[in-house]
Design a binder for this molecule. Structure first.
Ligand SMILES: [Zn+2]
Length: 307
């Protein structure tokens, strides 16, 4: 694999110090990858890295793509879900502060989800009355989303032709910006296709979190070498501002997967039946994540407006 050293994507400096060496836990090899930290602005990124990042994903069925399609509820289940849902949302709002459904309160418009995977999220938003478009580089995932009747462009975001789609009211990038080869350039493109006053929602792992301090090179959200940039709240904010956004909110979100992944990696996956069980999720991982969020969890969510 041909490797290259790259400059900082936030400030363009080439002056970086070694930050951490870590292994690929998904495609297991003996190879160690190096994360560096920019001495000038503090951005953490993978360098050197493969010239062709797509090689890092192995088969097209990368784990993140394989989300089951949403199933329509019918009969008594539908009645229960529609009764419980508002109460559940209220609970989420109380526990997590500003909530993951905040977009539901806005006037419905055009929404673009970058890295939409098999379309579960935009399927839900379409059902709520949004006009949705997705972009997804995996052919496998994009086809699953199209099967649900969704408008999905099968391309990387960098190469996607979206000028003809008009300007979007909302753009979401969920667990995507850490994968993008040049995140600042990608945010520049997001800025161009968003309407003035439009909203961008980004979430990504937080390398500044104490969850990272706890697990270090075993942290579940490190995901090297597929995560090429690891942000903290400060570097994410500055990259958004550099690209013409005003950050209106930046917060920690609960993310049990980072904790579960970390425990699995630390124990060599020998206890995976326990850590991946539903009981462990509900009794340990979820309560942990709710408590962790109060002190800054392993995941950042930012809401920004195009100035
Ligand atoms: Zn820098």
């Amino acid at each position: 694999m041909e490797m290259e050293e790259i400059p900082c994507n936030l400030c363009e400096s080439r002056d970086a110090r070694p930050f951490l060496k870590a292994m690929d836990f998904l495609i297991k090899t003996e190879k160690e990858y190096s994360l560096v930290k920019c001495r000038k602005c503090g951005l953490v990124y993978l360098s050197p890295r493969p010239r062709n990042l797509m090689l890092l994903y192995g088969a097209d069925s990368y784990a993140h793509y394989s989300i089951a399609p949403p199933n329509e509820k019918t009969g008594i289940v539908k009645v229960i879900v529609s009764t419980v849902r508002p109460a559940w949302k209220l609970f989420i709002r109380m526990v997590f502060g500003e909530d993951i459904w905040e977009l539901e309160r806005l006037e419905k418009g055009k929404l673009l989800d970058i890295g939409c995977s098999s379309g579960t999220y935009i399927y839900g938003m379409k059902s709520n009355g949004w006009e949705v478009t997705g972009i997804e580089p995996s052919k496998f995932a994009a086809e699953k989303a199209r099967y649900l009747g969704l408008n999905v462009i099968n391309s990387t975001f960098e190469k996607a032709e979206i000028a003809g789609q008009g300007k979007f009211d909302v753009i979401t990038m969920k667990q995507v910006i850490e994968h993008v080869p040049y995140p600042s350039k990608a945010l520049g493109k997001v800025h161009r296709i968003l309407r003035k006053g439009g909203i961008l929602v980004v979430d990504t792992p937080d390398i500044g979190s104490w969850e990272y301090m706890l697990f270090g090179k075993n942290w579940g959200s490190l995901e090297v070498p597929r995560h090429v940039t690891l942000f903290d709240k400060s570097t994410l904010r500055r990259m958004l501002e550099k690209n013409g956004f005003e950050v209106v909110e930046i917060r920690s979100e609960i993310y049990p997967a980072g904790f579960i992944g970390g425990l699995n990696f630390m124990t060599g996956e020998n206890l995976r039946l326990i850590f991946n069980s539903r009981v462990f999720f509900w009794v340990v991982a979820l309560p942990y994540s709710i408590a962790a969020r109060l002190f800054g969890s392993g995941k950042i969510a930012a809401t920004a407006i195009k100035k």
